[in-house]
Ligand binder design. Structure first.
Ligand SMILES: [Zn+2]
Length: 345
């Protein structure tokens, strides 16, 4: 989800709605719309109506059922479906597969332009997106919300105290996955991180990530944890392994959003095994119950990110410049070979 403090009441209530088969097309449309809206508002299971009126997208060995509310979108339906396919492809490129065997994507209409809101639900699993009827191709091109929600499908649900990892991963991976496919430039990624990461730093009274459920620590504290983990994994493996390999390890072990785990340590043990490091376990032990002070200025300096200028500029002579370039590179193996050849940590 995007704004945890703005949940609608009843979202977690599960109801099954059976949309009857009718032959009158107009009546069928009304029934589907009613069913769809009820589903959006309650987080209900989509499969029943989806079997009757959905567009199928096969991606990364999985099947997506797309339901677009019958409304007056300015864009033709095929453009919306293509955007969903591109977003799913970005996630497939990062995880080397789609995280679940199937998923339901619901697109609900709203006034105005742009993608307004999104939410991932374990039932289905389902991703609901609210989209302005005036949206243009460019609005879809720059959207990050659908990819954020699709990334939620790739991690098991964890107890509330660990919610920061669910949102932090979605924030961090969304940017990296889009850079890996060339949708975002490295400058855009790092500008976003330089602007956003300070929100994730501990404030007075902070008791560590597991015990400080503020907006900043949940979204950006989690994202900062992911950036530090990505750096630590790359350092520990000489650039051969990355956070992406760790997260693929979780998905390959059979975990997705439809699963619930009681312990974050369990998930991190699986992820660390995939990279042959202890990076996530060690970092989690450091940050879970104490407010570790991170010197962001020093981190940006080491990565070779000049934040003093209006536009982000890179210093290729910085000690971790090669690592920073590899994070946004499309093929991390080739990038690692190129950048780490003469580099030891
Ligand atoms: Zn989210």
């Amino acid at each position: 989800m995007l704004w945890p403090n703005r949940e609608l009441r009843g979202y977690r209530r599960v109801i099954i709605i059976v949309a009857p088969t009718v032959t009158d097309p107009a009546r069928s449309t009304r029934l589907l719309t009613t069913t769809f809206l009820l589903g959006v508002l309650t987080g209900a299971a989509y499969p029943v109506c989806a079997q009757q009126n959905s567009t199928i997208i096969d991606v990364g060995g999985s099947r997506l059922h797309v339901i677009i509310e019958n409304s007056k979108f300015r864009l033709p339906e095929r453009d919306i479906v293509d955007w969903i396919r591109r977003s799913a492809d970005t996630v497939v490129n990062y995880y080397a597969r789609f995280p679940t065997k199937q998923a339901y994507i619901g697109v609900r209409a709203a006034a105005g332009a742009g993608i307004k809101h999104g939410r991932a639900l374990r039932h289905g699993p389902t991703v609901n997106i609210t989209m302005g009827v005036e949206s243009t191709s460019n609005d879809l091109e720059v959207d990050w919300i659908l990819i954020h929600e699709l990334i939620h499908l790739a991690f098991p649900r964890v107890p509330d105290r660990h919610h920061w990892i669910e949102e932090g991963l979605a924030v961090y991976v969304e940017s990296i996955a889009r850079a890996n496919t060339g949708t975002l430039t490295p400058e855009q990624v790092w500008r976003g991180f330089v602007q956003g990461m300070p929100h994730g730093l501990p404030r007075a009274g902070d008791r560590g990530l597991d015990f400080t459920p503020t907006w900043g620590r949940t979204y950006w504290g989690g994202a900062l944890f992911c950036l530090l983990a990505d750096i630590d994994i790359r350092k520990a493996s000489g650039g051969k392994m990355t956070l992406r390999d760790a997260l693929r390890g979780i998905v390959n072990a059979g975990f997705d959003m439809t699963d619930q785990v009681d312990s974050l340590s369990t998930v991190f043990t699986i992820a660390d095994a995939a990279t042959g490091t202890l990076a996530l376990t060690v970092l989690y032990d450091r940050m879970k119950d104490s407010p570790e002070a991170i010197d962001l200025s020093s981190l940006w300096d080491q990565l070779g990110i000049d934040t003093q200028q209006q536009e982000i500029q890179f210093n290729e002579r910085a000690p971790l410049a090669a690592l920073r370039a590899a994070i946004t590179a499309g093929d991390h193996t080739r990038a690692a070979e190129r950048h780490y050849k003469d580099f030891t940590y």
